[in-house]
Design a protein around this ligand. Structure first.
Ligand code: ZN
Length: 335
């Protein structure tokens, strides 16, 4: 009879010990596994080579110094040749697409798309692009509305950032081959005061490319479009067309921006779908996201400089260029 309570006590103790062991080992495991996984992700990400906003700024200045780069102008021709030789100097294989395209008003434009292939032997590719032409008029201005604009931000900035990235690519190869594409004749769309606007008035160079890529059966895992990426007080919300076609690419870019501390500039807010070169590249089957200045709470959305003579070097910010350059570099060097 005296054995019974002792047996009970032993049994209870055994159960308690067993429970204690389970709880203890679970507690031990939890922080360890967390630590391990965060270490693994931290280890996985590569620190990209340092992007220089001074250098990107100088490339924008150089373009602006040629004068407005509206199609058919002598300054466009000179700048186009300079871009080609600059990219060639960075060791890229250059392919150009030169042809006539017809603008909304029947004007025949001499178009030149410039494609720079880095590590062309690689099958897996990423495409980075911008337009290099500038608007032939300042239809949103109140003065000199028929004169072409400097296009420091709208045209110059995307190209400036891509030239600086090209300089980095020439010294530091990526796992993926990278194609830098500078599209022509993006900004020849019908003026805002004219009626009968059609989205196909815009992006004539990328439309041409979408119909006839620089290589047969060309493919890339994804594309990133840079347009108006150097403005003072810029904002880069998530753009609607990009979300529609390539939300995973948007996630990739905005995640990287957050991790680099640029979450204030790369906003969570969304825009409506907009027409830009990425619309036609997406339709051609390469999922693409745009980084483009837009102010969701402002009339018209695009910055005040947009399609006016204020789109000049005074509006160019090295801080904005640095942020965009850092983010794109982080994305491509971690692919
Ligand atoms: Zn524009």
């Amino acid at each position: 009879m005296r054995n019974k309570p002792i047996f009970k006590i032993v049994a209870v103790l055994a159960v308690l010990l067993f429970l204690f062991f389970i709880v203890f080992s679970a507690l031990q495991r939890k922080p360890n596994s967390k630590q391990k996984s965060s270490n693994q992700t931290a280890k996985k990400r590569i620190k990209a080579p340092k992007f220089s906003s001074d250098s990107a700024y100088a490339y924008i200045q150089k373009q602006v110094d040629f004068g407005p780069r509206n199609p058919n102008s002598a300054s466009a021709e000179a700048c186009g040749n300079w871009l080609e030789s600059k990219l060639e100097g960075f060791g890229a294989n250059i392919i150009t697409q030169e042809d006539n395209v017809t603008a909304y008003d029947g004007t025949v434009l001499r178009m030149k798309n410039i494609i720079a292939e880095f590590q062309p032997e690689k099958k897996k590719r990423i495409m980075l692009y911008a337009h290099w032409d500038t608007r032939p008029f300042a239809d949103k201005d109140t003065v000199r509305i028929n004169e072409p604009i400097d296009g420091a931000n709208d045209g110059g900035s995307g190209v400036g950032v891509l030239l600086e990235i090209s300089r980095m690519l020439s010294k530091n190869p990526t796992d993926y081959g990278v194609d830098i594409i500078l599209f022509d004749s993006e900004d020849y769309g019908r003026p805002t005061y004219a009626s009968g606007s059609n989205y196909k008035d815009w992006c004539l160079g990328s439309q041409y490319w979408a119909n006839k890529p620089h290589k047969k059966n060309y493919n890339a895992k994804y594309g990133i479009l840079l347009d108006m990426v150097g403005g003072e007080n810029a904002a880069f919300p998530r753009e609607g067309t990009s979300l529609e076609y390539a939300s995973n690419v948007v996630d990739k870019i905005w995640k990287s921006a957050n991790s680099l501390g640029y979450g204030g500039l790369f906003e969570r807010a969304k825009t409506n779908p907009t027409t830009d070169d990425h619309l036609f590249v997406n339709a051609a089957g390469i999922p693409s996201a745009a980084i483009v200045e837009f102010h969701v709470h402002q009339m018209g959305g695009y910055g005040k400089f947009h399609h006016t003579h204020q789109d000049n070097m005074e509006n160019i910010s090295k801080e904005t260029l640095q942020a965009v350059g850092d983010v794109v570099m982080d994305v491509i060097y971690n692919e």
